[in-house]
Design a protein. Structure first.
Length: 76
């Protein structure tokens, strides 16, 4: 489930930004810095790409998101 599904059930798109920020706060609180650094980068990326994700979610075409070089390496 993602942006369109939740949005169609009445959630605003801003809900996701609040949710992501809340997860970041929990990560900071419960994980040590060395353990949280890579996770925080992922959440920061999601927040940075939030508007793009909204735009993509409104497009009915099937899409893929090309990962930037550093992220492609980490994914693999």
């Amino acid at each position: 489930m993602g942006l369109p599904v939740y949005h169609n059930h009445g959630f605003t798109y801003d809900y996701f930004l609040v949710e992501l920020e809340t997860w970041k706060e929990a990560i900071k609180k419960f994980l040590s810095k060395p353990n949280s650094d890579e996770i925080m980068k992922t959440y920061d990326w999601l927040i940075e790409k939030h508007e793009k994700m909204i735009d993509l979610s409104k497009d009915e075409a099937v899409f893929t998101i090309k990962l930037e070089g550093e992220w492609e390496e980490k994914k693999n």
